[in-house]
Design a protein around this ligand. Structure first.
Ligand code: GLP
Length: 240
């Protein structure tokens, strides 16, 4: 793993953007899988600014997203699709036909998982971008998720519901379930960039980097991959 420690959350953006642009230069039709959450927000802001100023084009890029809440449609302001539209997709030249997202409002969620898994199999990722949960989850793969898991429906842990309730008006509004890419699909990417900031990520980052490779810390699976870039602020790196 290559670990870069930067001074602040905003400084994570430049390191991540440089790495993305390096890949895009070689392959303008790269397949990129994105996360949501506060960690990648500085990167998305930087991508939009860079697109406007330097005209880096995403028109041939194919995108996937890691996860989506069950029951929240694309127009719901807490859905992950809405987050991506508002913070990134609507502000760069991405072709809407190239955006792939799990659909959490379908009745047949099992069928939806199978559809998404097939698409992922057909579109090997060049870049997988990740955040990390305070309990070491990636995507919505909670501790104990098998390393060989594929896209599936999950019940969120109490700590994840609590962590994510900060985006909702009350904890009762946080969906209890979600669709997430599985761990075997997440590591099926040429390059993985994980961004973590803040002191509440320090333990998860330590377990991810230095702990045993064990399903009790889903992010520890990254130790098996040979091209991982970890971008941390000082707080997130403080237990390394
Ligand atoms: C959610 C998402 C994850 C994300 C995590 C951390 O649970 N499903 O993909 O990495 O939260 O979010 P944040 O970056 O806001 O701390």
């Amino acid at each position: 793993m290559r670990i870069v420690v930067v001074g602040s959350a905003n400084d994570t953006a430049k390191v991540a953007l440089d790495s993305i642009k390096e890949t895009l230069k070689k392959k303008p039709n790269s397949v990129i899988c994105f996360p949501t959450g506060s960690s990648p927000l500085p990167l998305y802001n930087a991508m939009v600014e860079d697109y406007k100023k330097k005209k880096t084009s995403y028109k041939d890029v194919i995108t996937f997203n890691l996860d989506e809440y069950k029951g929240l449609g694309s127009k719901h302001n807490q859905s992950y699709r809405y987050f991506m539209d508002v913070n990134l997709f609507n502000n760069i030249d991405i072709n809407p036909d190239n955006i792939n997202f799990p659909n959490g409002v379908l009745k047949d969620l099992k069928g939806e998982c199978a559809r998404y898994h097939k698409l992922l199999e057909e579109n090997h990722r060049d870049i997988q971008i990740l955040g990390i949960g305070s309990n070491g989850h990636i995507g919505f793969n909670e501790p104990g998720t098998p390393f060989d898991s594929t896209t599936h429906v999950v019940s969120l842990s109490a700590s994840t519901i609590r962590d994510n309730s900060r985006f909702f008006t009350s904890i009762k509004e946080v969906p209890k379930q979600a669709i997430t890419m599985g761990l075997s699909e997440i590591i099926d990417s040429d390059k993985i960039i994980l961004i973590a900031t803040g002191i509440n990520k320090a333990k998860a980052v330590r377990d991810c980097v230095k702990g045993p490779i064990d399903e009790s810390c889903p992010a520890s699976i990254l130790q098996k991959h040979d091209n991982v870039l970890l971008i941390l602020d000082k707080d997130a790196a403080s237990l390394l």
